[in-house]
Design a protein around this ligand. Structure first.
Ligand code: PBG
Length: 334
């Protein structure tokens, strides 16, 4: 070994943050943010009339489930100790008012009952409360004669949808349509039907996003155009806080920011502004970007997934909805 020359006094730091990064044990001990299975919620798609699970090409590894394959996925989620599952239903027939959403024999309502029978209280069973999977025009609400989304007529249907989902046995409903007043109307409908224990995860700050692309394939959406008259503009952060505060005032038990990655600042602001748990949705396009880059060998897939979810937790999410939930729970357990 050659003798290293002495470092001049002036170059010797007084404070060395690097000391806390010396070993894996030390880094683990001082980590500010944790990622735990209980904080993760797995979104699942179930499609009416399907004989075999159907791959979703823009979301490699994610499928549209049959009623029976769905049960395998939820029992695995329960064994892994996930926080919950969020169910999306895809009906065989869509129509202008989304009839399948309020039909007690509609695919989502049947799936809720199946899933609750399978896992009982081992998981929080949640359902998307929105019309876009059920309407032939693909919008989250019903339309006026001139083609605009009719806020107040849609609320009446959301109330009926909430009752149907609660009757099917759901633990928590997730209104995601961004209609004004939806949380209040749903809370009132649930309470009036004696479903006071069914809680509401409000998709409060939900932005009109290009990153929902793969989800459109996942639910066979027929949407033309966009959702900019009801979902929020990417330019607005304060408005996200306003929406979250309104939803808490209307009775939301949890509020959500969605998408996650392009809105981590909004997530932080909402976390600081409300006194209920905050969720974030690591959405389809965020999933697809990592999967696509990893498939090319351009990034380290597992490391990118863990870094993504950690960033969402660090920004303030207590709960994270992610298509990687089960895989990550397995990674964390090893
Ligand atoms: C609406 C809903 C959407 C998503 C979840 N709930 C689509 C939209 O609002 O356009 C997107 C989820 C994802 O992209 O992973 N029912």
């Amino acid at each position: 070994m050659t003798q290293q020359p002495d470092v001049p006094e002036i170059a010797r730091p007084l404070v060395r943050p690097r000391r806390l990064r010396t070993t894996p044990a030390l880094r683990r001990m001082v980590a500010e943010t944790s990622l735990e299975a209980r904080q993760l919620v797995l979104p699942l798609f179930v499609r009416e009339g399907l004989a075999e699970p159907q791959p979703i090409s823009s979301m490699p590894g994610v499928v549209q489930h049959t009623r029976s394959s769905l049960l395998g996925a939820v029992s695995e989620a329960a064994e892994l100790g996930l926080g919950g599952v969020m169910l999306f239903g895809i009906p065989e027939r869509k129509d202008a008012v989304g009839s399948g959403a309020v039909d007690p024999a509609g695919i989502l309502n049947l799936a809720i009952t199946d899933v609750v029978a399978e896992v009982g209280d081992a998981l929080t069973v949640m359902s998307d409360l929105c019309l876009d999977e059920f309407t032939d025009h693909g919008h989250c609400g019903v339309l006026t004669p001139d083609g605009r989304v009719d806020n107040d007529r849609t609320l009446e249907i959301y109330a009926e949808m909430a009752r149907a989902q609660a009757h099917a046995g759901v633990d928590m409903v997730g209104p995601s349509g961004m209609m004004d007043g939806q949380v209040r109307v749903i809370r009132q409908a649930l309470d009036a039907a004696e479903h006071t224990d069914v809680s509401i995860l409000a998709y409060s700050a939900k932005y009109a996003s290009a990153f929902y692309g793969p989800f459109r394939e996942a639910v066979d959406s027929s949407l033309q155009g966009d959702r900019r008259t009801y979902q929020q503009d990417a330019a607005n952060g304060l408005e996200g806080v306003r929406e979250a505060l309104l939803d808490v005032a209307e009775g939301a038990d949890l509020v959500m920011v969605k998408p996650a990655l392009a809105y981590l600042d909004v997530l932080r602001r909402v976390r600081d502004a409300v006194d209920v748990p905050v969720a974030a949705y690591n959405i389809s396009g965020e999933y697809a970007m990592v999967e696509a880059a990893a498939a090319h060998g351009w990034i380290d897939r597992e490391a990118a997934i863990l870094e993504t979810l950690t960033s969402i937790r660090r920004a303030g999410a207590d709960v994270v909805l992610t298509y990687w939930a089960s895989e990550v729970a397995r990674l964390l357990a090893r």
